[in-house]
Design a protein around this ligand. Structure first.
Ligand code: ADP
Ligand code: MG
Length: 666
């Protein structure tokens, strides 16, 4: 991967081992990483407000000369107040810094001194003495008349506990000034796609002259990210084309013969998918497909068909699931679907007794025709799957591309990657390179729509009273809180809020809590208790398991719903309405923004995940795109869609050239 700067963070003045550890919490472990840490937003100082015209509560930038600067200590407390008065042609404004602490500690003078010309910015507060900015940020300015440059925007970074904006800004500026940035991208490639050099990109992100500069920097980082991704995809695709796979002839189980034994009739989309999979299995080289479909669209049936074909042709099939709970669910489901053919469906998880695991490993290595369903344990080197003709991956985005490929290469397998977070076909085709994309865009008949409502937070009491009523009727419910990425403190706040909720509104119910700071095994324990009905309400600050099937759950409450993307809300809603009971999705949020209103409208109008994915792509404003990390399967940090589709195309083309060994000429 890219690592033009391997420099150690400890080189930065003021950064010691303890600080480096804190930075690691932000995902920063090198100077390179520091420079890649993108601001969350920028303070726009291009508009300067005259001191006489500031308003209470306004975020303002003021330029003037410091008239007075003094400090005083409050008589009653140890509070020290440092004050300055800033004057411009229109009037005066106060600047105030507070220090709480022992006598003699901390600064005794304001950071500015009389006569200095400065720019100060912050939130204006009206006091009995007039307007002031409390704990303003500021910078010295040259004396008047020496030419006035517009003030550059100030970056605001995602933080973690124990690190301040000021520190992070200083360290990043230091790195920009002192570290050489080598650009891994050839000049030619860069120019072909109109991209900045890496050094220029960092400059434009961390010290833009104007807000308009930022976008070009982001695009450069986005390109690198997409290029790395496409390189992996192209390598995998090339390797596949050169890899033989077992042929599983259609005669052993033609799709109609399979369908005839099922307890329901297939949807047209399922029939199409089966036909495609049938063709794949007749190829002598490793084929691969991405099977996309909403939760409940019947993907497992397609997977079960491929598994049955493999076993009836005398080979093995393996299914990889991200959690044990999902693996067990698949095992039950496969056993039911494959019972007419007497196919053995066995489970392999790391928690099983060593003796049983050894025995199973031996049978697998001996090539016995059976279906094995498991977790990461399947990937371990001592599990040999030489006989596997079909590899299936559930929730494929939870696994890396290399995990995916090495899983299929354990045998001579055709690959079926499944995803319950559909993305638009055009995007999927480009993003997933040479995977064939198969869509299950039709729900099995007889599903009732989930009653979806947007509710103002002031009506929270009614929402939770409703949850209690549903639980009283024997149902279960989910409550989901948004997780705030890259900010420990806010994450912690969500956890506290969730705990608070369990104690207050939901008291008397059996409430389970899942959050991202819990170890995965513990998270799974709680999920299991919910599946088994021991827990009435599952409160979660992480996004709960996509594929988990709890037919008895009838209510999904989403707190802070405006923080979720459309596709994600749809995902959450998919967790309910899987049983015979009427189901509800209650979105708690103050729908003030137009975008939020459009999202809820879209959700009400359709429950087709493909349509929603298209809308999601169109509805997101650039601002909302910043939080993409939370939104579904595309966990890119800098790249955003749809505006980066052209970059994705470019990255794909460059990756192809590189992998095919073609020297770029143009
Ligand atoms: P997915 O994996 O896409 O979320 P599943 O394959 O688990 O969905 O299917 C959800 C439920 O619907 C299962 O109980 C399955 O047996 C059932 N099902 C699948 N296909 C059909 C169909 N064509 N008609 C009726 N029920 C179906
Ligand atoms: Mg499923």
């Amino acid at each position: 991967m890219w690592s033009p700067l391997a420099d150690d963070l400890l080189k930065i003045p003021g950064v010691g081992p303890a600080t480096a550890a804190k930075l690691r919490r932000l995902g920063i472990s090198s100077i390179d990483g520091l420079l890649q840490h993108r601001p969350r937003r920028y303070l726009d100082r291009s508009v300067v407000t005259p001191a006489a015209r500031v308003k209470d509560g306004q975020w303002a930038t003021v330029i003037g000369v410091v008239e007075r600067a003094e400090s005083r200590t409050s008589r009653r407390s140890s509070l020290r107040v440092l004050e300055a008065v800033l004057r411009d042609e229109s009037g005066r404004i106060g600047l105030v810094w507070f220090y709480q602490g022992k006598r003699g500690r901390g600064p005794t003078r304001p950071p500015v001194s009389a006569g200095q010309r400065i720019v100060a910015w912050g939130t204006v507060k009206w006091t009995p003495y007039g307007p002031t900015i409390q704990t303003p940020e500021w910078e010295p300015l040259p004396k008047l008349g020496s030419g006035s440059q517009p003030l550059s925007p100030v970056p605001v970074y995602p933080l973690t506990q124990g690190i301040t904006q000021g520190q992070l800004r200083r360290w990043i500026q230091w790195a920009l000034d002192h570290c050489a940035v080598a650009d891994p991208l050839p000049d030619l490639t860069r120019r072909r796609h109109g991209l900045l050099s890496l050094k220029e990109a960092y400059e434009s992100l961390h010290r833009p002259k104007a807000l308009a500069d930022v976008e070009a920097g982001r695009r450069r980082l986005a390109f690198d990210e997409l290029f790395a991704w496409q390189l992996e995809m192209a390598r995998a695709a090339r390797a596949r084309r050169l890899t033989p796979a077992f042929v599983c002839p259609a005669e052993v189980l033609p799709p109609p013969a399979f369908a005839a034994q099922l307890p329901f009739s297939l949807t047209a989309a399922q029939k199409r998918a089966l036909a495609r999979c049938s063709e794949m299995l007749e190829q002598p080289w490793a084929t691969a497909a991405l099977l996309q479909g909403d939760v409940g669209s019947g993907k497992s049936v397609v997977a079960a068909y491929m598994a049955a074909r493999a076993v009836l042709a005398g080979h093995q099939a393996a299914l990889l699931a991200p959690t044990r709970l999902l693996a067990e669910q698949h095992q039950r489901n496969f056993q039911r679907l494959l019972s007419p053919w007497n196919i053995e469906v066995t489970l392999l998880v790391s928690e099983m007794p060593a003796a049983r695991r050894r025995e199973l490993a031996q049978r697998l290595a001996a090539g016995e025709p059976l279906v094995v369903i498991g977790t990461h344990a399947l990937l371990s080197p001592e599990i040999r799957l030489d006989g596997s003709a079909v590899g299936i991956i559930d929730e494929q985005h939870r696994f890396g591309v290399s995990e995916r490929e090495s899983f299929a290469r354990k045998g001579k397998a055709h690959l079926l990657a499944m995803s319950a977070t559909p993305i638009p076909r055009t995007l999927a085709l480009t993003l997933y390179g040479d995977l064939e994309v198969i869509a299950l865009d039709e729900k099995p008949p007889g599903r009732q729509p989930v009653d979806t409502r947007w509710i103002h937070p002031k009506d929270r009491a009614r929402v939770y009273a409703f949850v209690k009523r549903e639980v009283g009727r024997g149902r279960q419910a989910y409550v989901v809180f948004p997780r705030v990425h890259g900010d420990d403190e806010q994450d912690q706040a969500a956890v506290t809020q969730a705990e608070e909720l369990a104690r207050t509104w939901l008291s008397g119910l059996c409430v389970g809590l899942v959050h991202g700071q819990m170890p995965p095994e513990q998270q799974e324990e709680v999920m299991r208790a919910f599946v088994e009905g021991e827990i009435d309400v599952l409160v979660a600050t992480t996004v709960i398991e996509v594929g988990i099937d709890v037919p008895n759950a009838s209510v999904m409450v989403v707190e802070g719903a405006e923080r979720f993307g459309l596709a994600q809300l749809h995902q959450l809603r998919g967790r309910v309405g899987r049983g015979e009971h009427p189901a509800y999705c209650l979105l708690l949020a103050d729908p003030q923004s137009e975008a939020a209103k459009r999202r809820i409208d879209a959700l009400r109008k359709t429950d087709d995940g493909f349509a929603i994915a298209e809308m999601d792509l169109m509805l997101r404003g650039p601002g909302e795109m910043m939080g993409l990390a939370q939104a579904g399967p595309l966990e890119f940090k800098a790249a955003v869609f749809p505006q980066d589709l052209d970059l994705l195309q470019a990255a794909k083309e460059e990756a192809r050239l590189l992998v095919e060994g073609i020297t770029a000429k143009r």
